[in-house]
Design a protein around this ligand. Structure first.
Ligand code: ADP
Length: 444
């Protein structure tokens, strides 16, 4: 509700005083025969008093309003009182906010994970104790410093990419090789980023124990299996015809076990490897024709195999590993496609300057709910179909690891009853311009 200012007590007091002063001065002046002079003197006095009140209010405001405002019950003091209550409320709100902020900061400081607040330009705004310990930051020296100097090399290049990217796992710390850190970047406001650093050394150690265990078991199984396999191969079914089906089954199973052990050993080797020899040129043309031959060998004429190559670039990486990954995809396509189906191997450029190797089939397809887990070890959509076709359930894990070593990714599109496409997408940095052959140059 809007109140007329005359209804306000302060205005009534101030105006009342003014009117009474004017009336009294006029009456007194009239008595002495000079009412106007008297009124003039009274008005001057009133102005001086107003100025004094203004001065008092100003000095009260300047005194940071710790004491209550000057009190004369008029409009001036009403204004001051108004400001006083407003400022008081503001001050307690501020105090509450500061307390809240302090609680948050103390909480963040006590977190076991390192937290660094960065500007978009990657300079350090704030960090907690764990971040100081894990990255070697020191307060207040490093506030405002560029974060790059405190990060292991792989993290620097990772940081310059898309901020909403995947976390970076198990990077050796700058300060101590034995410490493994994982990094995560969270953009949380328009100009700030949160870098979360976690010490994953115990986890990495456990993971190493698991890897060693699998590698050792596989290794230990290899010799007895070879012996068993050797004896089984030596037994002639003709000698004991009644045992011929059993013998065939035994041979099949021992072959399968050997394959599983070999695949597990390959996986262990891949996992243990942090990097691959980058210098090698992988000739895609040669690889494609080898793969085609393999596909045709596996298919035994039951499928049509085509090659589509629209990109001339070669790859930089490990020929052996890439061959093993691609041939796993090809073998899957043959094994999971019914007779009469078509398999297409392609090598094509991608929109952002990279290239993709794809194996497309017109096979059984994979139901969508299985896709997220399909690259896990021993994960199969249909165990019986995988076993029948001689699968170990490790093929796609091997593919994933090989691609990781080449900083490439696996994309899977599949529709049940229509077919599947497995694509390996390589970045531009992995490509090599086609080699100019000597005899070709001579020919021109
Ligand atoms: P496996 O040795 O069993 O083939 P993989 O790791 O190679 O193991 O594949 C995992 C599972 O993914 C397979 O068991 C199969 O169910 C499914 N799969 C892989 N490739 C294809 C494909 N081209 N078409 C249909 N299903 C596939």
């Amino acid at each position: 509700m809007h109140l007329d200012f005359l209804q306000s007590h302060a205005w009534q007091v101030s105006l009342g005083r003014f009117v009474v002063l004017l009336a009294v001065s006029l009456a007194v002046g009239w008595w002495f025969g000079a009412p106007l002079y008297a009124a003039l003197i009274a008005l001057s006095g009133y102005s001086v008093w107003s100025l004094v009140s203004l001065y008092q209010m100003q000095s009260w405001l300047r005194s940071r309003q710790r004491r209550p405002p000057p009190e004369d019950r008029g409009v001036w003091s009403d204004i001051s009182a108004h400001m006083y209550t407003k400022l008081h409320a503001e001050r307690s709100r501020k105090r509450r906010l500061v307390n809240l902020l302090r609680a948050f900061r103390e909480g963040a400081a006590a977190l076991p994970d390192g937290v660094v607040v960065l500007t978009r330009g990657r300079s350090v705004v704030w960090f907690n104790e764990a971040a100081a310990r894990l990255l070697g930051l020191a307060a207040p020296r490093d506030r405002g410093a560029h974060i790059d100097g405190f990060l292991p090399l792989p993290v620097r290049s990772w940081l310059t990419e898309d901020p909403a990217q995947e976390p970076l796992r198990e990077v050796a710390s700058n300060l101590d090789e034995a410490i493994r850190l994982s990094f995560r970047l969270i953009p949380y406001s328009r100009d700030h980023l949160l870098l979360v650093v976690r010490d994953v050394t115990p986890l990495a150690r456990l993971e190493q124990v698991r890897r060693d265990f699998v590698a050792n078991v596989s290794h230990e199984l290899r010799t007895p299996l070879t012996v068993l396999h050797g004896y089984l191969e030596m037994l002639e079914p003709e000698v004991m015809p009644q045992l011929a089906p059993v013998l065939a089954d035994l041979r099949g199973q021992s072959r399968r076990m050997t394959q599983i052990v070999e695949d597990l050993l390959t996986l262990s080797r891949l996992e243990a490897q942090q990097q691959i020899n980058d210098a090698e040129r992988v000739s895609i043309r040669a690889l494609l024709s080898t793969l085609r031959r393999e596909a045709e060998g596996l298919s035994q004429g039951r499928h049509r195999v085509d090659i589509v190559q629209s990109c001339d670039s070669d790859l930089r990486g490990s020929t052996d590993y890439l061959h093993s990954a691609f041939s796993n995809l090809v073998s899957n396509a043959v094994r999971y496609t019914a007779e009469g189906g078509r398999i297409e191997l392609s090598w094509q450029a991608t929109a952002n300057g990279g290239a993709r190797f794809a194996v497309a089939d017109t096979g059984y397809g994979i139901p969508a709910e299985h896709l997220p887990r399909i690259t896990e070890r021993f994960y199969r959509v249909s165990t019986s179909r995988s076993r029948e076709s001689g699968g170990t359930g490790l093929g796609l894990s091997i593919v994933k690891h090989v691609l990781q070593l080449h900083q490439a990714r696996l994309e899977i599109q599949s529709e049940v009853g229509v077919g599947s496409t497995f694509s390996c997408v390589f970045a531009r940095e992995r490509l090599l311009a086609p080699e100019v052959l000597m005899d070709e140059t001579h020919a021109h």
